[in-house]
Design a protein. Structure first.
Length: 505
């Protein structure tokens, strides 16, 4: 069983190894009423990585540590500068399955090997307030690093760590830093002990991220956007496993963005190669979306019920909607984890890596990005235009609903194409992104109303069959009709604004 802790800390350079090192007096830090000596801990940690150091390249650290009060397996995932999520698992001989899954999207099928051993003598102090509550833990670490693979060097150094207490105010670390700087200390130049160990113990640098060259061609811009989506999928994998809010939705959006890019820029990147990958991305999006659309629809109906005056809610309507929703749930967390652990998903990630390493570019990829990308965006925009004009010409009903739904999908594609083109086309494309997002939102509200009415008819039939009143479902149905009509009335003005901005692209 693993648990997660948000770690907010800062590191400072200590004196050179061999010199006498002491923690500065921190009793004068604002808000600190006491400095408690917590003794000395002997820590022994072995860090694991692939032979080509994929985790280190992504600023992830995986270690098995003994000693101290948190012995066990630790995986640290970066959040922002100085902030990491540390996932703990109990001490065991082998890497726990819970942590193995969290590094799978980066490690894939590669072997994890011992990379570096760090032994630290940690002198610990607790900074507490007037009530004795912990504000931060300050430690002086005397570190010895031994390279276990990929080199044979050793290194020794001293550093000071200040880790904020759980739910503490990050501004407190500024106060501590001011005191440490006055004592002559400076922030560490290494983001972590492992990074410093790798830098100082020798051995060839592995799996370095190659600095991206400025995008000069149409192909450069398209590949940069595809790479961003690939990176998002890999990055969000552990977040999905940890059930981080909105992570499933964001990963699903990344798959959609990439599929859309392949379609919009078929003149740049060969669809004979990307279409099979797009099919796999569609499969992954489907797995990520199991239950998602139904959950959103359920939330909409429940919110609509909350808006009704009590006299208009006749019968067990909420229970009936909930029963309908539960009956249609086809997914589970175990199912999704099985997908992420499966060979098909890993093959997809490998396929994306190959695509980016050996991109199947077409002739237009080498051309001026302004012309090539603008032409692709314009082509998508024309499809949106045709569908919107068709919807506006149709009378309210099924045909108009279908045209508006198709327009929404094409608006989404145009938005993504504009995002990819924005670095080359500048403000006109950025403006179109905003316009398409607004149009997509408006048309999405209409489609949600359509699906809401379909659902209300279905649930009303079930209620009627059970001898329950269908009155409230009729009221809700009428309100959904009004919402759809409001969208349809707003569409001409929305589209007129879009056309004005689109002319500048």
């Amino acid at each position: 069983m693993a648990d997660t802790k948000r770690e907010i800390e800062r590191k400072y350079e200590g004196p050179p190894a061999g010199e006498d090192a002491r923690l500065p007096d921190l009793t004068g830090v604002s808000g600190v009423s006491g400095v408690i000596d917590k003794g000395v801990a002997e820590l022994d940690a072995t860090y694991y990585d692939t032979p080509d150091q994929r985790l280190a390249a992504a600023s992830r650290t995986l270690r098995r540590r003994t000693g101290g009060d948190d012995a066990g397996w630790h995986l640290k995932l970066p959040v922002s500068e100085g902030v990491r999520d540390e996932i703990h698992a109990p001490l065991s001989d082998d890497l726990p399955q819970s942590l193995k899954g969290l590094v799978r999207s980066r490690v894939r099928d590669a072997e994890l090997v011992p990379l570096v051993r760090l032994r630290s003598t940690r002198d610990i102090r607790h900074l507490v307030d007037a009530d004795g509550a912990l504000l931060a833990e300050v430690s002086l670490d005397r570190v010895r690093a031994d390279r276990l693979s990929g080199g044979e060097g050793t290194a020794e150094w001293t550093e000071i760590e200040v880790e904020l207490a759980d739910d503490g105010d990050p501004a407190f670390l500024d106060k501590v830093e001011k005191k440490l700087r006055k004592a002559g200390l400076s922030p560490s130049t290494s983001p972590s002990k492992l990074a410093r160990a790798l830098a100082e113990t020798g051995g060839p640098a592995r799996h370095k991220t190659i600095a991206e060259q400025p995008a000069t061609t149409a192909g450069d811009h398209v590949l940069a956007y595809v790479r961003t989506q690939r990176d998002a999928i890999v990055e969000l994998d552990p977040a999905v496993r940890l059930e981080v809010e909105d992570s499933v939705h964001r990963m699903r959006v990344a798959t959609r963005r990439m599929r859309s890019t392949f379609r919009s820029f078929g003149k740049v990147i060969d669809r004979a190669v990307t279409d099979p990958i797009a099919d796999e991305l569609k499969w992954l999006a489907g797995e990520l979306g199991v239950d998602r659309d139904q959950e959103v629809l359920t939330e909409r109906l429940m919110a609509a019920l909350d808006e009704l005056p009590p006299p208009l809610v006749v019968g067990p309507v909420r229970d009936r909607v909930d029963t309908w929703s539960r009956a249609r749930r086809g997914g589970s967390r175990d199912r999704l984890i099985a997908v992420l652990d499966g060979k098909r998903y890993l093959d997809l990630l490998s396929g994306l890596d190959t695509l980016l390493a050996e991109p199947p570019m077409r002739k237009a990829a080498t051309h001026d990005p302004d012309k090539v990308l603008a032409k692709a965006v314009e082509k998508d925009l024309k499809k949106v235009s045709a569908l919107v004009e068709q919807a506006l010409d149709l009378p309210p009903g099924t045909d108009r609903d279908h045209a508006m739904h198709e327009a929404r999908k094409k608006a989404k594609r145009t938005r993504y194409a504009s995002e990819a083109a924005a670095p080359a086309l500048g403000k006109p494309a950025e403006s179109l992104v905003k316009s398409m997002k607004s149009l997509q939102s408006l048309l999405g509200e209409h489609q949600d109303s359509v699906m809401g009415r379909v659902t209300l008819r279905e649930v009303a039939e079930q209620a009627h069959a059970a001898g329950e009143s269908s009155f409230t479902y009729g009221v809700l149905y009428g309100r959904e009709e009004q919402r759809a009509a409001a969208v349809e009335a707003q569409l001409p003005k929305e589209w007129e604004a879009v056309e004005g901005k689109a002319a500048a692209v």
